[in-house]
Write a new protein. Sequence first.
Length: 158
Amino acid sequence: MDISEKELEKFIDISCGCFEKMSPKLRPLEPQEPTIELNQTTFLDFTGIIELSQRGRKGKICLTMPEDMLDEVLDALGETQHDAESQSDLIGELTSIISSNAREHFGSSLSISVPSSMTHMQTGELELAPMRFILPLKLKEFTSYLIIALGGQNEPTA
């Protein structure tokens, strides 16, 4: 499930569109320069995770955000409750929307899991493919990261 530059651009469009469709208050979401990461990934306060598979290849898409950015999104959606449960639900929902939109683009052969979410303290147990694309997404003064960790054919996520 190698990813081309064109596919990476599609993930950027999908991610920005997800936020912008939710509320005009979430514009503009500014994608920053994507990077390739081979070492330990830095996770923020909350992380949503979706497992992917397609034709024997597996991987994960993660969206990791600081608590303050999640509060900003909750405010934009008119939500008044900003507790850890609401933040965890939101990060899972955002990740699910991004992954579902990716499935529409990449086809029905792309299987996606039910979203899960983790706090910063739990992400140490998260296994990712050795090479990861990191896409910073900036909203006002906040930065989140879309992590695209796709393994090659029969390559385990480790």
